[in-house]
Design a protein around this ligand. Structure first.
Ligand SMILES: Cc1cc2nc3c(=O)[nH]c(=O)nc-3n(C[C@H](O)[C@H](O)[C@H](O)COP(=O)(O)OP(=O)(O)OC[C@H]3O[C@@H](n4cnc5c(N)ncnc54)[C@H](O)[C@@H]3O)c2cc1C
Ligand code: FES
Length: 262
C-alpha cells in the first residue's frame, strides 16, 4: 500500500549547485521500501510545475529515507532550494524494485551507475552486502564532480571503481568500457544498473555477449507514477510479442533481455 505524506527535510547536503542529498522523515515509507523503488515528489504547492517528479530511494534507516538528485531543470532546481525543516509531499514507495534474493543467490554482483543513476545503487549495495553478496560498484561520470557519492560506497567497504570521460578521476572513458576491462578477469553472476539510456543499451549488449543476466532501471518522463496516465510506457518483450509496459508500475526495473530499444 503506497503512502502520500508531507515529510520534513531532516538533513540536506549539497555538492555545488549540481547534486543534492535530502534526508526525509518518512518512517512508514522507509519501512516498506526496497531497493530500486522510487518516490513521486511534489515540488511546490503552486500550480507550476504541476507534475510531481520521480526520485529513487537512495538510502533508508528506521525513520528516514534519502533521495540523491541532480539539478537538471526547473523542478530539481526548485527542490534544491528547499531547506532543512521544510516539508515536502511525497508519494511512495512506487515501482517494482530490483530483485534480490532470487537470482542474486549468485554470490557476485556488479552494480553500474552512470551519473545520478548511482542514486538507487547505494540502497541496493547495502542490502546485497547484508546478504553476503560480493558487490563491486562501477560509478561513471563526465568528470570527477559527477561522482559525489563514491565516498559513501567506500565508507561501507564496498569495492568501488570509478570512471570519468575526461580522465579527472579513475579510469578514463565510459563506465561500460571499465566494466568490459574488468570482465576480462572477473565475471559477476548478475549485473544491476541505472543511468542514461545509452549506457543501459550498451549494458544490454554486454549482458548478452557475456551471458550475464542484468536488471536495468529505466527512466521515463512520468505524469503520475502509479499507473494512471500511461505517460511512461516502453516496449517490453513478452514471449514472442512486444507489449507496452508502464515504467512506473511494471518497472522501473526490467530484465535487460526484455527491453526493446528504439
Ligand atoms: C523512476 C525514476 C527515478 C529517478 N530517480 C532519480 C534520482 O534518484 N535522482 C535524480 O537526480 N534523478 C532521478 N530521476 C530523473 C528525474 O526524475 C528527472 O531528472 C527530473 O524529473 C527532472 O525534473 P526537472 O523539472 O528538474 O526537469 P525538467 O525541467 O522537467 O526537464 C529538464 C530535463 O530533464 C529531462 N527530464 C525530465 N523528466 C525526466 C525524467 N523523468 N527522466 C529523465 N529525464 C527527465 C527533460 O527531458 C529535460 O531534458 C528519476 C527518474 C525516474 C523515472
Ligand atoms: S507515470 Fe502515469 S502511468 Fe506511469
Amino acid at each position: 500500500m503506497l503512502k502520500n505524506q508531507r515529510a520534513v527535510i531532516a538533513g540536506k547536503k549539497s555538492w555545488g549547485n549540481d547534486y543534492f542529498l535530502f534526508s526525509l522523515e518518512a518512517p512508514v515509507i522507509s519501512r516498506k521500501s526496497k531497493p530500486g523503488q522510487f518516490l513521486m515528489v511534489k515540488i511546490t504547492d503552486n500550480p507550476y510545475p504541476l507534475l510531481r517528479r520521480p526520485f529513487s530511494i537512495h538510502a533508508r534507516n528506521k525513520h528516514n529515507i534519502e533521495i540523491f538528485f541532480q539539478n537538471t531543470g526547473v523542478g530539481t532546481s526548485m527542490l534544491s532550494q528547499k531547506q532543512r525543516g521544510d516539508k515536502i509531499e511525497i508519494l511512495g514507495p512506487l515501482g517494482n524494485g530490483f530483485h534480490i534474493g532470487e537470482r542474486s543467490e549468485s554470490k557476485k554482483a556488479s552494480l553500474i551507475g552512470g551519473g545520478r543513476g548511482a542514486a538507487p545503487l547505494y540502497f541496493l549495495a547495502c542490502e546485497l552486502v547484508k546478504k553476503n553478496i560480493n558487490v563491486t560498484v562501477f560509478y561513471g561520470g563526465k568528470s570527477s564532480e559527477d561522482l559525489p557519492i563514491a565516498s559513501k560506497f567506500k565508507k561501507e567497504n564496498i569495492r568501488t571503481l570509478c570512471s570519468t570521460e575526461d580522465g579527472s578521476s579513475g579510469f578514463k572513458g565510459l563506465v561500460t568500457d571499465l566494466l568490459e576491462t574488468e570482465l576480462k578477469t572477473d565475471t559477476p553472476s548478475l549485473i544491476y544498473a541505472c543511468g542514461p539510456e545509452g549506457m543501459l543499451k550498451s549494458l544490454s549488449k554486454i549482458s548478452k555477449k557475456h551471458q550475464i543476466p542484468a536488471e536495468l532501471s529505466l527512466e521515463s518522463i512520468m505524469g503520475c507514477g502509479f499507473g494512471a496516465c500511461w505517460g511512461c510506457v516502453k516496449k517490453i518483450k513478452k514471449g514472442n510479442t512486444a507489449e507496452w509496459h508502464k515504467v512506473c508500475e511494471d518497472g522501473p526495473v526490467f530484465s535487460a533481455g526484455d527491453i526493446i530499444w528504439d
